[in-house]
Each structure stands twice: as C-alpha cells, then as structure tokens.
Design a protein around this ligand. Structure first.
Ligand code: NAP
Length: 329
C-alpha cells in the first residue's frame, strides 16, 4: 500500500454566496472521499459536463467543495489491482464524488475499468468521456443495422469532443461522414476524415414533418432544435444517436418520421453504461473503434493550472477536439 503525500494538489470548485469559487488547493488524503481503490492520476480531460459542474446554474455538481473531472486514467496505488493501469469515468465521478482534477482519486472498485492493452493513460483521456460516448453511439448505430456504404452519416457539433471522435471513428470504419459545425474549421474536420463539411445552418429543418431523406444515420451532440430537425431528414429505417444538449434540452418533433419511415432515436448514456458494455467499448477503442488520429490531431494537453480557461472556453462552444489535463508531471 502506497503512502499518500500529506498534500495532494487539486483543482476545486466550491459554491459560495456570490457564485462558485474555482482554483488550485491542497487536500489531505482523508479528503478524497469513500472507496476501496486509490488511483494516482496521470491524466484527466475537459468535458462539457466538467464546465457545468463549476458554474452556479450548471445543475451538475451535487457536493461542495468538489474536485471536478468526470474522467481519469492512472495507476492503482491502493486496493484491488495495485500497480495496474486503469481508467474511471461516469457514475458520480466529478459530480457527487471527487473526480480527476487531483493528483489522487479514491473510488469504488466497481467503477474501475482496466486500461485496455496498447492504450496509454494519455490516449485514454484523449478519448475520455466524450470519445467513449461517440464510440458507444457508433456501436449502437451499427448494432441497429447502419453499415458503411448505406449513405452519408451526419455528425453535429463536429468540432467538439464527442463530434471530433465520432467523425474520426466513423471515417476509419468506412462510413461516408458529413460533419456539421458552427466553426470555420474545415481543415481540422477534413484531417479527421470527413467526406464533407457543412455549416450548422445547412442541417436546419424546414419545419415539415417529413423532408428530403439525406442521412443514413446521425450522431448528434447538440440536442434541441438541431436534433428535432434531423428526424425528418433521416432515410427510411435509419437512426439518430442522441448524446448531448449544447443547443438545448427541448426537442419538438412529430411522430411522422418514426411511424412512416421507421426512424429510430437511440439514447446514449455514458454515465451508467453497464460495466460489461463499458469495458467492451474500451477494449474496442483500443482495437476496431480506435480513432486513427488519437496521438496528434484530436487532443491537446494542458496542466492543472490551465483548467479554468479551458472550462470557460468549452461552455462557449470554443474548444476544438479533446483537451487532456496532464496531472502527474
Ligand atoms: N450522453 C452522455 O453520456 C454524454 C457524454 C459526454 C458528453 N455528453 C454531452 O454531449 C455534448 C457534447 O459534449 P463535448 O464534451 O463534446 O462538448 P464540446 O466539446 O463543447 O462539443 C460541443 C459542440 O457542440 C457545438 N455547439 C455548441 N453550442 C452550440 C449551439 N448553441 N448550437 C449548436 N451547436 C453548438 C459546437 O460544435 P461546432 O462548433 O463544431 O458546431 C461544440 O464544439 C454536451 O452536451 C455533453 O453534455 C453527453
């Protein structure tokens, strides 16, 4: 069993009368919360939900003070699997239990996923919660019957974490990917393998219950009116995997695409994904679902000190790709 240092560096968010106080603090080992496994954290990442966990109206943080960070990868230093590489994401991590933005995390053993063979901690966090969600969405779409060659697959919010990874994985699997983005990032999208890059306005609905059948399937990371507008544009028997809400939570639709075109809406949740499927998706992320650009294009690396501006940027829709937080130096 490793001796933990007296002072553990962490990025902490604490609710106060005037909002949420965010910054670097030192914690004691006893502050880490409950659990049977202590992980020395190598890397965490920046997800949209992390930003929501640090703002007053985010409705994500359920404890205060909180170490945010909904995912982490590192080495077990105490508990079952001591010495092995692991990753943790979802459940209460970074929302109701201290998360990845600290040198150490103590977590329940049931949350722990072995780091897949051939994947480093940094690569795991370049994928992170967002990339796992993209992979889960693609696995579910393919299980629904969507195959390469069926026609164009649309990815919305395509420069975001979920969107980038979805474009990369889909393209590598031979799907014809159309990337929709609000940013001027054509070169970036194309470098991930998108066949075509279109603007957000190009996927907007014309308001009709049934429209031109443009997409064999879609991975949507933005929700709201964008998601609602996709159903009438999906080809007969196709499906939309809904993963996110950056454009809003309200989805107004008619039943027509569902009952006249057999369109399916697949809900994707990464937080409570059962462990068997979770571990299988991670195994596949090191294998046939591996994003080819994992080591260069998709992710940039920042330090604990640089988290705050990154959280602000992701809330504004201003981050491109994935951001890995390097915790261990
Ligand atoms: N279901 C799950 O388990 C799960 C897991 C992870 C994430 N999520 C959710 O998935 C979403 C994406 O997460 P992320 O970490 O990938 O965030 P992200 O990196 O910020 O990506 C979101 C992207 O959405 C687009 N966008 C932002 N604001 C928009 C608006 N008002 N209207 C239309 N598009 C907008 C932007 O892409 P463009 O500029 O390219 O258009 C942005 O980059 C979030 O809502 C997050 O909470 C859910």
């Amino acid at each position: 069993m490793a001796e933990l240092p007296d002072e553990i560096r962490a990025f902490v968010a604490e609710k106060g009368d005037d909002g949420v106080d965010r910054g670097l603090r030192t914690l004691a080992a006893g502050d880490l919360g409950d659990g049977d496994v202590v992980v020395r954290v190598d890397c965490s990442s920046v997800n949209y939900k992390d930003a929501l966990a640090t703002i007053p109206k985010g409705q994500v943080a359920r404890i205060s003070p909180l170490v945010p960070g909904v995912d982490l990868a590192g080495t077990v230093v105490e508990g079952p699997g001591e010495g092995s590489g692991v990753l943790v994401h979802g459940y209460d991590l970074g929302v109701a239990h201290h998360g990845g933005y600290a040198q150490y995390a103590r977590v329940p053993a049931e949350w722990v996923v072995p780091l897949p063979e051939g994947m480093s901690a940094k690569q795991a966090m370049a994928i992170g919660t967002a990339g796992f969600t993209a992979a889960l969405a693609i696995a579910r779409l393919e299980r629904h019957g969507v195959r390469p060659g069926d026609g164009p697959v649309l990815v919305t919010g395509a420069t975001g974490g979920v969107g980038s990874t979805a474009v990369s994985i889909l393209a590598a699997r031979g799907h014809e990917v159309v990337a929709s983005t609000g940013k001027d990032a054509r070169a970036y999208r194309e470098s991930l393998g998108a066949a075509e890059v279109i603007g957000r306005e190009d996927v907007a609905s014309d308001g009709k219950p049934l429209g031109k059948q443009r997409w064999a399937a879609a991975v949507d990371s933005v929700g709201g009116a964008v998601l609602a507008g996709l159903f009438p544009q999906i080809r007969y028997g196709g499906a939309v995997a809904a993963t996110g809400l950056t454009a809003g939570v309200k989805v107004e639709t008619t039943v027509m695409p569902f009952i006249l075109r057999s369109v399916a809406l697949l809900g994707i949740d990464s937080v409570q994904t059962p462990m068997e499927e979770r571990a299988e998706i991670w195994r596949r992320l090191a294998d046939d679902l591996r994003p080819p650009q994992l080591d260069d294009t998709i992710a940039r690396e920042i330090s604990l000190e640089e988290i705050e501006p990154a959280l602000d940027a992701i809330l504004q829709g201003g981050l491109t790709g994935r951001t890995v937080v390097r915790i261990a130096s």
